[in-house]
Design a protein around this ligand. Structure first.
Ligand code: ZN
Length: 132
């Protein structure tokens, strides 16, 4: 396992990208949209990991709800796994509360499942398995 990316909730991807590209010298590897979550994403690679900027596309987006309570900032940490079913079963078997009881489609041809922050000492964790 390794840290796949860190997700950051932002009001405007285009504003945030300027900071990460111009000030930090990172580059956007790609944009995507996860329609059922109401979120547009931009991924910037940083070594073997990434920074994922998340912008809500509608008022009932989980990202919008997060920002209405806590403002912009770190939203989740994503852990890369080879087999998401196996990883998720292990999490559930250990009694940890999950948001997704089964993997669902993430951005960039991935499958993801979120683990509830109430069980992880305040950090929203994402399991992510990359497709071929
Ligand atoms: Zn993510």
């Amino acid at each position: 396992m390794k840290i796949d990316h860190i997700g950051i909730a932002v009001k405007s991807i285009s504003d945030a990208v300027k900071v990460y590209e111009q000030a930090m010298g990172l580059q956007v590897a790609g944009y995507d949209e996860v329609a059922d979550q109401g979120v547009r994403v931009a991924m910037l690679h940083i070594g073997e990991s990434g920074i994922e900027l998340l912008e809500p596309t509608r008022p009932d987006s989980p990202i919008e709800k997060f920002m209405s309570k806590r403002g912009e900032g770190i939203h989740h940490i994503a852990v890369r796994v080879d087999d998401i079913e196996q990883a998720l079963e292990r999490v559930k078997a250990s009694g940890v509360r999950v948001i997704d009881s089964a993997p669902r489609r993430g951005a960039y041809n991935t499958r993801v499942a979120f683990i509830h922050p109430s069980s992880t000492h305040g950090v929203l964790l994402e399991l992510v398995e990359h497709g071929e």
